[in-house]
Design a protein around this ligand. Structure first.
Ligand code: ADP
Length: 184
């Protein structure tokens, strides 16, 4: 299965995405994790991404598409993948569509994890990642709020199945909900 998981910062995309990918036996690619690793390694890409990440802004589309292209290049014969935190813009979604088209593939479904803003603020203010400062969180929420609808519209217009799940409550219950909604 080829899946995307979307949701605001702190929605639990990483947790739910990892559980889901493990269950399906597919790799999970998180652009946020890849960028943070590049930052730790001090690569040129990490250095370029740093200022955007620390400001809660999106890293430029060409950098992100480079990362994803590389991640997916080795997986043409895999049974699928789960993308976490990508695409975040319509330009990225277009780029992904082309990448998949070249490989004769398409997306099967999108998991849209929703969590109310006040719950997000509570979660992130205790998480302690470098970009989890109050202003940065607010900016990331704002950016997500602006980009979410055009992205969902993009996929709805192309007939991709969108599964919306409430991301509040017990981790296992949320996972069960996702599996049920995906008919797995
Ligand atoms: P969160 O969803 O909590 O913001 P992520 O780990 O997904 O966490 O992303 C952290 C940061 O990495 C984002 O705020 C952004 O700066 C950058 N980033 C990650 N994925 C993308 C993407 N697809 N496009 C642009 N920037 C991205």
């Amino acid at each position: 299965m080829r899946l995307l998981i979307m949701g605001p910062p702190g929605a639990g995309k990483g947790t739910q995405g990892e559980l889901l990918a493990r269950r399906l036996g597919i790799p999970r690619h998180s652009t946020g994790d890849i960028l943070r690793q590049a930052l730790r390694d001090g690569t040129p890409m990490g250095l370029e991404a740093k200022r955007y990440m620390h400001a809660g802004e999106l890293v430029p589309d060409d950098v992100i598409l480079g990362i994803v292209g590389e991640a997916l290049a080795h997986e043409e014969s895999e049974p699928g993948f789960l993308l976490d935190g990508f695409p975040r813009t319509v330009a990225q979604a277009e780029g992904l569509r082309k990448l998949l088209l070249d490989q004769g593939q398409k997306l099967d479904a999108i998991v849209d994890l929703s969590v109310p803003d006040d719950e997000i603020m509570k979660r992130l203010s205790t998480r302690g990642r470098k970009d989890d400062l109050l202003e940065t969180i607010q900016r990331r929420l704002e950016v997500y709020g602006k980009k979410k609808k055009p992205l969902l519209d993009f996929y709805a217009a192309r007939g991709v199945r969108i599964v919306s799940v409430e991301g509040v409550g017990d981790i296992d219950d949320i996972q069960a909900d996702i599996l049920e909604r995906l008919s797995l």
